[in-house]
Design a protein around this ligand. Structure first.
Ligand SMILES: Nc1nc2c(ncn2[C@@H]2O[C@H](COP(=O)(O)OP(=O)(O)O)[C@@H](O)[C@H]2O)c(=O)[nH]1
Ligand SMILES: [Mg+2]
Length: 456
């Protein structure tokens, strides 16, 4: 996986290592080499273009961390942009709250659908789920039997179907779902037929299955070794059917990684799992951060970069905490905190990581976090004048109307935000005087600034 690309990028970084500082010239050379490395790895040209534009912008911009050498800085920038391309977080499998969750496995012939359906079922069973399998590939004689063999091997039940259903994908799917429900299975994996090329008939059939089953996931299975062809067919399937994620198989044989790197930026749908061999266990959730470490290779440099970033975040967090304690926490700080939080990942997972803080903590962990809401709040604060941001008391009715207009929100939204903000300040004042303040002061939570806003 990614060996070729990794080798080439490491060479680029090595050449930079001798440089005392980043100049327009050595940057230019490095950027050119990175671009070539990506193209040679068969990354989609549009993905390369996007990636290189952001890398260039950052490299020439002012985002420089003093404690890193030029080479390390470039590595950091490339790492950040690769992560953005792959999706900063692992794209988890969605499951329905109304079981059985139906997962449709689609893709071209030979891409690895049947194998992956079995692997995924096994993976889910290991997590404590009760999956059931069904094959609706009624065209190739041995296709359904192949799934039965796979299922037996991993001890997952499979719906075999009746003689009347044998040639009818929709009937098979319907009965399989009923069977899954009756047997208290919480997940039904539907292995569908493939073709050598995308054709109308197949798409119509898949659409019928989709309409019937209302799947929570339509996973497109692509063979990584086919490179950009895999990306192209993923894109076509997505346009026709609306896929929700990709399983990239045969990564064990793909040294370049072009498909893996392009799929999300081309289709907009994340890579969820990778197949790394023929055996039922050769399958894993796709972790963008691990893939990036693998591509860049330099474990030690990456941990150094992380450490430097943590120190910076930590310093900022401490400054914010002090402001909170002193009740000088302005709307501007509030906005910066929100941006900081967003940078660190989905708020829910962040809140989930927090140590137990008694009733207040529980309240926060249960809080529904809405990223859209966050974007709106940032927009509202951005529409305020600097003076308004540090002095919220001056924001009267007409200012509120202006802010709402400027941020594309309503006066109610602005009122809501100001109310939450003032309540939070009040709460912080109370807390900073009492026991809790002392306890929290020691915890140094990076997202501490958000403590007062449990309503999102
Ligand atoms: N090396 C390797 N082979 C795989 C992987 N996934 C599937 N295969 C092989 O690819 C071939 C086609 O797989 P199959 O599941 O029958 O594809 P389908 O036609 O899409 O159902 C089989 O020989 C599988 O063993 C993988 O991740 N790595
Ligand atoms: Mg098959």
């Amino acid at each position: 996986m990614f060996e070729n690309l990794s080798d080439k990028l490491q060479k680029v970084f090595k050449n930079l290592r001798g440089e005392g500082r980043l100049t327009a010239q050595n940057m230019e050379t490095a950027l050119k080499e990175i671009r070539v490395a990506l193209l040679e790895a068969d990354v989609h040209f549009r993905t390369v273009k996007q990636l290189m534009e952001s890398v260039k912008e950052k490299a020439l911009g002012q985002e420089v961390l003093d404690s890193l050498t030029p080479a390390q800085q470039v590595i950091k920038i490339v790492r950040d942009e690769l992560l953005k391309t792959l999706g900063t977080h692992q794209a988890k499998l969605r499951l329905s709250s109304d079981p059985p969750s139906v997962l449709m496995i689609v893709g071209l012939q030979g891409s690895g659908k049947t194998t992956s359906a079995g692997k995924l079922a096994k993976h889910l069973a290991k997590q404590g789920h009760r999956p059931m399998l069904v094959s609706v590939d009624v065209y190739r004689p041995a296709a359904r039997q192949q799934l039965s063999v796979v299922a037996k091997d991993i001890a997952i039940p499979v719906y075999e179907g009746t003689a009347e259903e044998a040639g009818k994908p929709v009937d098979l799917a319907r009965s399989a779902r009923r069977e899954a429900t009756q047997n208290n299975k919480d997940i039904l994996l539907v292995d569908t037929a493939g073709r050598l090329h995308i054709d109308e008939e197949l798409m119509v059939e898949l659409q019928q299955l989709k309409d019937l089953l209302n799947p929570v996931e339509i996973l497109f299975v692509a063979d990584a070794m086919t490179g950009q062809d895999a990306v192209k067919s993923a894109d076509e399937f997505h346009k026709r059917l609306g896929i929700t994620g990709v399983i990239l198989t045969k990564m064990d044989g793909d040294a370049r990684g072009g498909a893996a790197l392009s799929i999300r930026s081309v289709t907009g749908q994340p890579l969820k799992f990778v197949g790394i061999g023929e055996k039922p266990d050769a399958f894993e959730p796709f972790h963008p951060d691990r893939a990036v470490s693998r591509i860049l290779g330099m474990g030690d440099v990456l941990s150094l970069i992380e450490k430097v970033e943590q120190t910076i975040d930590q310093k900022q967090a401490e400054k914010m905490q002090q402001k909170l304690m002193d009740n000088e926490f302005s709307l501007e700080d509030f906005r910066d905190q929100l941006k900081q939080l967003r940078k660190m990942g989905p708020l829910e997972s962040l809140l989930g990581m927090m140590p137990d803080m008694g009733p207040l903590g529980k309240h926060m962990k249960n809080a529904k976090v809405d990223e859209k809401e966050l974007t709106r709040i940032v927009a509202i604060i951005d529409s305020m004048t600097p003076n308004e941001r540090v002095n919220h008391m001056i924001i009267n009715g007409s200012r509120r109307r202006r802010i709402a207009l400027g941020s594309g929100t309503s006066v109610q939204d602005v009122n809501g935000l100001l109310k939450q903000y003032t309540e939070a300040r009040k709460m912080m004042k109370m807390i900073s005087g009492g026991m809790l303040g002392k306890k929290m002061g020691k915890m140094k939570l990076p997202g501490f600034g958000n403590l007062g806003f449990p309503k999102f």
